[in-house]
Design a binder for this molecule. Structure first.
Ligand SMILES: [Cu+2]
Length: 158
């Protein structure tokens, strides 16, 4: 069969693009699945109460913003009421003592999973003062629907 040269070039080019796509899918899919995508900080889930990072779950406010140390367990969050300043950077550091929980602050873009064995961390800014509902959005057991907490965003003091 006599295939014209241009036809051959385009067949090889199309084949090469397909091979490149498959390679990209394999490299990112397999490589990315080997570890969590960000902030790999581990913790022994059975020792959360004794671990110095989580022994005193609380909100620490300083000039730059606030740091929230909290954990989720069946079926609640500790602390159950979190007070942070409006318009400042708030860093959440959280984990779970038992199973995987969710941490969603309704009406904001704050949403993470609390996976036992790992410390979840993210930073956000709450612009609007007010009261926000925090819910667990990963089914974690019979009391899942009872698992909630409160975020109070306070007007920043001048
Ligand atoms: Cu839960």
């Amino acid at each position: 069969m006599n295939v014209p040269l241009y036809e051959k070039i385009w067949m090889w080019a199309a084949g090469g693009i397909i091979a490149a796509f498959i390679a990209i899918v394999l490299v990112t899919g397999v490589g990315g699945a080997l570890q969590p995508p960000s902030h790999v900080e581990t913790i022994d889930p059975t020792q959360v109460f004794k671990d110095p990072r989580f022994a005193h779950p609380a909100v620490t406010v300083d000039a730059n913003g606030a740091t929230v140390v909290a954990f989720g367990m069946m079926y609640g969050f500790t602390p159950a009421e979190i007070r942070v300043p409006a318009g400042k950077r708030v860093t959440f550091r959280m984990t779970s003592t038992d199973v995987t929980h969710g941490f969603l602050i309704v009406g904001t873009n704050a949403n993470t999973m609390l996976v036992p064995g790992y410390v979840s961390q993210f930073t956000t800014v709450f612009q609007r003062p007010g009261e926000y509902l925090i819910v667990c959005n990963e089914y974690c057991g019979l009391g899942h629907h009872l698992m909630s907490a409160k975020l109070i965003v306070e007007e920043a003091k001048p």
